[in-house]
Write a protein that binds this ligand. Structure first.
Ligand code: PNS
Length: 162
């Protein structure tokens, strides 16, 4: 079964990587689909987010990285994808995730969403808090890989220099 794992990945966290590594063996192919929303400001550009993901996922044979604009269900239909994978961290993720899954299936009945329960040690990890902690000089070594931490530091230094 071809599946996709959509998200902003600004930047990819250990929680995302855990979901991808666990989902990949369940699919024939898993596309990590980075959302490109030109009206939403991100810390990393689309090209950077894709590049970082490719580097972090190079060890997974059946995983590729792509981007999409517009509706997820359109991307899914155009790419012959059977299921959308999402991670659930805790009960506060559930309402919005269920709403998206149901809306997506209403728009595209063939589009199923499969949820993986986040591993406990990552249930508090989010890209937005990673960005905030990094911006404020805090430790992010438990939240992202060393390479992502390095890219974050580099990005924040280049922003300060502006
Ligand atoms: O990493 P995120 O921000 O949790 O990912 C959210 C994402 C990209 C899965 C969601 O915003 C999405 O699917 N956006 C695409 C636009 C769309 O299809 N919107 C209708 C959702 S019901």
């Amino acid at each position: 079964m071809r599946a996709c794992y959509p998200g902003s990945f600004d930047p990819v966290t250990l929680g995302h990587l855990d979901i991808i590594e666990r989902a990949a063996p369940l699919c024939s192919h898993l596309t990590v689909a980075v959302i490109h929303n030109p009206s939403k400001k991100t810390l990393f550009s689309l090209a950077e987010r894709e590049e970082i993901l490719r580097q972090q996922l190079a060890h997974l044979d059946n995983v590729s990285v792509a981007h999409f604009t517009g509706l997820l269900v359109d991307y899914v239909a155009q790419n012959d994808i059977r299921a959308v994978v999402r991670g659930l961290r805790d009960s506060s993720d559930a309402p919005i995730e269920l709403q998206m899954a149901r809306l997506n299936r209403e728009m595209q009945p063939a589009c199923e969403t499969l949820f993986l329960a986040a591993t406990g040690k990552y249930s508090h990890v989010s890209s937005s808090f990673v960005r905030e902690i990094a911006r404020l000089g805090g430790p992010i070594g438990q939240l992202v890989t060393p390479e992502v931490a390095r890219r974050l530091q580099q990005k924040l230094e280049s922003k300060e220099a502006l």
